[in-house]
Design a protein around this ligand. Structure first.
Ligand code: BG6
Length: 469
């Protein structure tokens, strides 16, 4: 395949809470992840507990030099990571930032610059400071908009000229399904009204637009993207009612891109608010702020689902928290995520046609159980299944570029094994680099190259020509 443009940003993506560890070092405060030992859908604990793998994660905090060198060996052009908000503002509401936290990311940037790797940085990746969750009720509180803006301004100023590509909120559409993980709201989903959820989402949307405004004021070179979960929804049959259900479910994702790109709430969402009696407080000032639209649209892509107007007649649960009904034409991963490379081409075309903004695939990959074996030059993993998954998706990315889609880059999720967000397991691995750590917390934390390491290096070196259609 030769369709990938020159300068295409190949790389990998991570999040602070899933790699850094050092949860209480360097002046860091607690984040919501430090009290979530069981993953995104399990209840939280009062404080950090020993069974929480994220407290140590893969200790990127102390291994970043070695890890970035391995990314450079694969030829990464970009590396996506998040800044842990509670490293910079330990409780979230301070005026003065924590210098030690800022200095850590300076050192990470030094390493990336040494290797010519472009940083791609998420401001908030499922790691709201716990203080903001417990003292303010998380994103239900309007006060978080100003705390977030202060945090964003602090890091935009500090890293001016060093970081050009920024993402505001990871998977911002996840608040509706996972209020604690994505919104710092420690109330079970079932006890929250739709109005409360949408109010929290609204605060994040305003905060995102405000950060975009500040970023552009501080440095017009800054490129700001929104970040959404992309899940194509197919009608399970040609029955127009199934197709309509699929379209309406798609609006749950589209709404977030529409607001970020067009600067206002779409009509279909306002209709839903009216019909369901959802009332949220949107001020005139909010409306003005929302007009600060993004420079590009980024998204994660793992799976597709089907939708039916009569889901009770089908097997449901094909897409984990996403819901939907199972697509009988697709295989699923060990965690039930339906593998659909062509769906990625569909998403890319749909998004490009809808928004005409450059796109960035900032997560894609296969979570799988790996077995470490002895190889000619040390322990390794024969992860042909991962190579196949990534190859097949990238072939479809190439097709979409041929279709005319403008795509800035592609970062695989978890280029180095990390702690899973949904299940908090180590054994759900995505990496090209194996990390010796187990679900019970045992392991040496040593890094080993998997077979896919050399495969990805070749893909990058040939700018996609080595992919097999
Ligand atoms: C995305 C998140 O939803 O999917 C990541 O942005 C997460 O944080 C990734 O890790 C894969 O999900 P999981 O549950 O397999 O870790």
């Amino acid at each position: 395949m030769t369709s990938f443009p020159q300068g295409f940003l190949w790389g990998g993506a991570t999040a602070a809470n899933q790699i850094e560890g050092a949860y209480n070092e360097g002046g860091k405060g607690l984040s919501i992840q430090d009290v979530m030992p069981g993953g995104a859908i399990k209840p939280s604990t009062q404080g950090p507990t020993d069974d929480n793998l994220k407290l140590k994660a893969i200790d990127f905090y102390n291994n970043y030099v070695e890890d970035i060198a391995l990314f450079a060996e694969m030829g990464f052009k970009t590396f996506r990571f998040s800044i842990a908000w509670s490293r910079i503002f330990p409780n979230g509401d301070e005026q003065e930032p924590n210098e030690e936290g800022l200095a850590f990311y300076d050192r990470v940037l030094d390493e990336l610059e040494k290797h010519g790797i472009e940083p791609l940085v998420t401001l908030s990746h499922y790691e709201t400071p716990l203080g903001l969750a417990r003292q303010y009720g998380g994103w239900r509180s309007r006060e978080l908009i100003d705390f977030f803006a202060h945090y964003a301004r602090t890091v935009f100023n500090r890293y001016k000229g060093r970081i050009r590509y920024w993402l505001t909120f990871n998977e911002i559409n996840a608040v509706l399904a996972m209020p604690f993980t994505a919104g710092g709201i420690e109330v079970p989903r079932s006890e929250l009204s739709e109005s409360e959820l949408y109010q929290a989402v609204h605060h994040e949307l305003v905060a995102s637009a405000l950060a975009t405004k500040i970023a552009h004021e501080i440095d017009p070179q800054n490129q700001i993207g929104c970040m959404i979960i992309a899940v194509p929804r197919y009608g399970i049959t040609p029955d127009p009612r199934d197709q309509l259900t699929a379209q309406q479910k798609s609006h749950e994702d589209y709404a977030f891109g529409d607001i970020h790109v067009r600067g206002e709430y779409p009509g279909y969402l306002l209709r839903e608010f009216r019909e369901k009696g959802i009332t949220i407080d949107i001020t005139d000032e909010d409306r003005e702020i929302l007009k600060n639209t993004v420079d590009f649209v980024s998204f994660s892509y793992y799976m597709s689902v089907c939708e039916a107007h009569d889901p009770e007649n089908y097997t449901t649960g094909g897409g984990n928290i996403i819901g939907g009904v199972v697509n009988p034409t697709l295989e699923a991963s060990e965690w039930g995520w339906q593998v659909d490379p062509i769906g990625l081409r569909i998403v890319l075309n749909n998004y490009w046609e809808r928004w005409q903004k450059p796109l960035f695939i900032v997560e894609n990959g296969l979570g799988a159980k790996d077995v470490l074996i002895d190889g000619p030059s040390g322990p390794t993993v024969n992860d042909d299944y991962r190579i196949k998954y990534l190859n097949d998706h990238l072939v479809q990315v190439g097709e979409a570029i041929e279709d005319g889609v403008e795509l800035l880059g592609y970062t695989t999720w978890g280029p180095i094994d990390l702690v899973s967000a949904s299940t908090a397991q180590m054994s759900k691995r995505y990496g090209f680099i194996y990390v010796d750590r187990n679900d019970d917390g045992s392991g040496t934390l040593k890094r080993y190259k998997k077979k896919s390491f050399d495969w990805y290096r070749e893909v990058i070196a040939t700018n996609g020509e080595s992919l097999e259609a």
